[in-house]
Design a protein around this ligand. Structure first.
Ligand SMILES: Nc1ncnc2c1ncn2[C@@H]1O[C@H](COP(=O)(O)OP(=O)(O)OP(=O)(O)O)[C@@H](O)[C@H]1O
Ligand SMILES: [Mg+2]
Length: 386
């Protein structure tokens, strides 16, 4: 098993900064996902780990071995590309055995029989043992996906890298293959980096999720951490649903109070350890729709009043859209509220569920003392000879 450590990575393409200031430790045997919108740098980061790109700056370690300049075929990584990259005119077996024929262990090639056995094992693992003689163009999308996975696994890699492996599959097959990947990953205990832009997929499959935006990893944590303790507005918005109401900090203590439109005061918590909130600072009061209720549940609950402008009945619940001043907000209520468009509504949110978040993404992270992105932070790793 391999631990992957990324230190202060940066990769540019001409003017484009594809990814920057990436500091992460991907634990051995875990499945970590890179999650974020199109163009945020997921593939770039994965290719840096694979060795297809050399970073402009920073270092990559597999365990204690630095691999920053090591070419891909010497890193013992198995990779599934965003578009599979299978050879359509070749058989399943030939596709899967290709990498193995090139591989040397201690300078020795694999024997024909060893290759045959390993290919069979890899195809069995992805439940494709019977289709080895088929050509790729005779396979369905899901089957091609399995072949791509078998090809990545056959070399018995220390690290498995999967770039949106399910993006070409229909919903049902996605689910099925997702379970398969999880099964295989756990069975082999192989350190895996999985790229997706689907937050639901990321939450369901991952031990840890790195949420990326504009080339930066804004947060790296367990699914529960990133949902319950988002470190930036972007993370809160990208993971699950969130209502954001603009506010200005009124007081900072055990809790944080912020003034929101129409002179209402909201009291909430911070999800960011050590963030130095200041009175007068512009913030966002973030609430999950399920944390806004029609009835008061605790003495200290926040009271938020707004005007209903839309209701959507979704069977077992009602999505309520309302405006607080100019700000649109959303709540998830029971199906029988009787609320109508134009009604004034007062909703209650427990203080423990309201998250007060600073405005900005990376700029806000830089203000946290000791954060790797804070300019005052010491270098992440001091060389041994200093
Ligand atoms: N070879 C390249 N040459 C120039 N620019 C590139 C190259 N590869 C990526 N980029 C740019 O770098 C940024 C990050 O691209 P990347 O492919 O890593 O994004 P991504 O998160 O994988 O997106 P997607 O979800 O669409 O696959 C984008 O702005 C992209 O246009
Ligand atoms: Mg990509």
């Amino acid at each position: 098993m391999v631990e992957i450590r990324l230190e202060n990575l940066r990769k540019t393409f001409g003017e484009v900064v594809a990814t920057d200031e990436v500091n992460m430790v991907l634990e051995e045997g875990e499945l970590s996902t890179l999650l974020g919108p199109s163009g945020c740098g997921k593939t770039t980061l994965l290719r840096l780990i694979a060795g297809f790109y050399v970073p402009d700056r920073g270092k990559i370690f597999f365990d204690d071995k630095e691999v920053t300049g090591v070419p891909p075929h010497k890193r013992n990584t198995g990779m599934c590309f965003q578009n599979y990259a299978l050879w359509p005119h070749m058989s399943v077996t030939d596709n899967v055995s290709f990498g193995l024929k090139l591989k040397r262990v201690n300078g020795m090639k694999y024997t024909k029989s060893a290759i045959k056995r390993r290919v069979m094992d890899a195809l069995d693992l992805v439940h494709m043992g019977d289709l080895g003689n088929r050509h790729i163009h005779q396979l369905s999308g899901g089957q091609q996906q399995r072949v791509a996975l078998a090809r990545a696994l056959v070399i018995e890699p220390g690290v498995l890298l999967l770039d949106e492996p399910l993006s070409n599959l229909d919903a049902k097959l996605r689910l099925e293959m997702r379970e398969e990947i999880m099964r295989i990953q756990k069975e082999l205990s192989i350190t895996t980096v999985y790229v997706t832009h689907d937050q639901h997929e990321a939450l369901s499959i991952s031990d840890r999720v790195a949420v990326m935006d504009l080339g930066y990893v804004q947060q790296f944590g367990t699914p529960r951490e990133i949902y319950e303790m988002p470190q930036t507005i972007f993370v809160a918005d990208f993971i699950g649903q969130c209502t954001f109401v603009d506010g200005v900090v009124d007081s900072v203590g055990e809790t944080i109070q912020a003034r929101i439109p129409n002179d209402q005061i909201v009291t909430g918590k911070t999800t960011i350890e050590n963030y130095p909130f200041e009175v007068g600072e512009r913030v966002k009061c973030a609430m999950r729709p399920e944390d806004l209720h029609l009835e008061r549940r605790g003495k200290t609950d926040n009271e938020i009043t707004g005007d209903v402008y839309r209701t959507i009945y979704v069977g077992n619940a009602m999505e309520l859209y309302f405006k607080v001043g100019d700000v649109a907000a959303q709540a998830l209520l029971g199906p029988d509220t009787g609320l109508r468009i134009g009604d004034k509504v007062t909703l209650y949110a427990p203080q423990s569920e309201v998250m007060i978040l600073p405005v900005g993404g990376v700029e806000a992270l830089r203000k946290i003392p000791g954060h790797p992105m804070s300019t005052s932070a010491p270098p992440t790793r001091v060389p041994a000879n200093v």
